[in-house]
Design a protein around this ligand. Structure first.
Ligand code: ADP
Ligand code: MG
Length: 144
């Protein structure tokens, strides 16, 4: 089933993330796709708040992964934008995260497509210049 949600401000995208974080279950994997600056990190910050994470969520662009343990469930936040090769994911021990009991969010997940489990949910954020700077169309669909 495909679900489309429109947001009109960063706060609304944050709120969507927060709702989904409140409902998240162990082992959930959410792939966040969309161009630079569409709101993947804004969504993740909301999601973390929904999980009850106490720490500030900062983009893991240079570290690839950041782990937050202060919420209802562990949150594993990946940003694979700078990954050179999928082998780097093996070196990070990604399987322990993807198949663990926490919740995994992956920014730029399409860059590591072959590693994404079938159970993942794909969330794509798109802009539409005709609808203004703050408009985002967010599509939720099962892994292909
Ligand atoms: P990404 O992680 O996808 O590169 P960020 O979340 O870091 O993007 O940044 C998104 C930027 O877009 C922020 O500056 C945010 O304020 C802005 N923005 C404007 N409208 C929205 C919206 N509807 N949803 C999310 N972010 C928005
Ligand atoms: Mg980001």
């Amino acid at each position: 089933m495909i679900k489309i949600i429109e947001t009109f401000s960063p706060e609304e995208t944050f709120a969507l993330g927060k709702c989904m974080g409140m409902e998240a279950s162990p082992g959930e994997i959410l792939c966040l796709d969309g161009d630079l600056g569409t709101g993947k990190t804004v969504f993740t910050k909301g999601f973390a708040e929904g999980l009850g994470v106490q720490d500030d969520v900062v983009s893991p662009t240079f570290t690839i992964i950041r782990e937050y343990e202060t919420g209802r469930l562990p949150l594993y936040h990946f940003d694979v934008y700078r990954i050179g090769d999928v082998d780097e994911m093996d070196e990070l021990g990604y399987e322990d995260y993807f198949f663990g009991n926490g919740v995994t969010l992956i920014e730029w997940a399409s860059l590591i497509q072959e590693l994404i489990p079938e159970t993942a949910i794909i969330l794509t954020i798109e802009k539409d210049p005709e609808k203004g700077d703050d408009y985002r169309r967010i599509t939720l669909k099962p892994s292909p």
